[in-house]
Ligand binder design. Structure first.
Ligand code: ATP
Ligand code: MG
Length: 295
């Protein structure tokens, strides 16, 4: 293992290993939403997770975070978190209390549709403070306030907004607040499930730029989930493609763009208009000089 003190321990060091994970919804007609998924998330990388609606992206993310609820059941497989601070954590075996300490602090999640998940009757500051206080070694009031102001500033929201209620913020700002909340305890991994799809393209791009910059600065790993493959080609180091519950492709963004193995990935790539057919918005043709700039 690397001896570096930063979270960026060099390419290829796994921070999360998923092995042969199968998740079934035990409904009247059981649905195997994730089938034998195996993948590593490398320390400090942005791993894009793509695939059409219903292919199991959210189910996989929930299972990795142990957030799945009945009727979802993990039928087989393992999830291991390789803690920078030493030791491996068998996530699926964590007791409730251990799980409470693990979530947010080691691995956090920005949920699909999260910008509507804030409590409407509590200020942003109170909600960030709740997350801080819920964890051990919670600092004193003044230090907590400073930490909340600091994370808000980092995601581009004026710390004066700590006193605001969610309805006083735009959708983009609320989403930034959710990202700030996920960063609050300096986790080594952040899973972001469609964090920007509800936002307009300009706001989306600003937030993505912010996420990439924060990753560069702080070195956490990101799993970025979306069905928008071209967007993933821009921001991801590696991309996993899911199809009907299976991870059918996992490669660097460049390799995947140039040389996709699976016919489904090729179809996904082929179904997007080229740069020349697009006006504004995201670059639609894969990693380019512009996307290097974004990264
Ligand atoms: N609570 C549930 N009960 C039963 N089946 C479910 C439940 N949640 C999801 N499923 C099924 O599991 C499969 C995977 O769903 P999941 O939400 O993980 O897909 P997804 O890739 O995140 O889709 P999207 O892009 O629309 O968010 C789908 O077939 C879905 O119908
Ligand atoms: Mg989903």
């Amino acid at each position: 293992m690397s001896t570096t003190t930063s979270q960026q321990a060099g390419p290829g060091t796994a921070v999360v290993s998923v092995r042969d994970l199968t998740v079934v919804y035990e409904t009247e007609q059981p649905v195997t939403a994730v089938k034998g998924a195996t993948l590593d998330l490398h320390r400090g990388e942005i791993l894009g997770l793509a695939g059409e609606s219903g292919c199991g992206k959210t189910t996989l993310a929930y299972a990795v975070n142990r957030l799945h609820q009945p009727p979802a059941r993990i039928a087989s497989g393992s999830v291991t978190f390789h803690d920078r601070d030493g030791g491996d954590v068998d996530v699926l075996a964590l007791a409730d209390e251990e799980l409470r300490r693990f979530r947010w602090a080691k691995l956090s999640m920005v949920f699909q549709g999260a910008m509507n998940a804030l409590n409407p009757v509590r200020t942003i500051g109170a909600q960030l403070d709740d997350t801080l206080r819920a964890h051990d070694s919670s600092p004193g009031r003044r230090a907590r306030r400073e930490r909340c102001a600091d994370v808000l500033t980092r995601v581009g929201v004026d710390p004066g907004r700590l006193r605001s209620y969610p309805h006083e913020l735009s959708g983009g700002m609320r989403q930034r607040v959710m990202i700030a909340m996920a960063m609050l305890l300096e986790p080594q991994v952040m899973i972001m499930d469609e964090p920007t799809t509800a936002l307009d393209v300009v706001v989306q791009r600003d937030i993505l730029r912010e996420i990439v910059r924060l990753r560069d600065e702080l070195g956490f790993a990101v799993v970025f989930i979306t069905h928008d493959l071209p967007l993933l080609l821009e921001i991801s180091d590696r991309i996993a493609v899911m199809l009907r519950g299976e991870v059918v492709e996992l490669d660097t963004a460049q390799n995947l763009y140039r040389n996709a193995n699976h016919p489904y990935t090729r179809k996904l790539l082929g179904s997007f208009p080229s740069l020349h057919g697009e006006r504004g918005g995201f670059v639609r043709t894969g990693p380019t000089e512009e996307s290097e700039g974004l990264r």
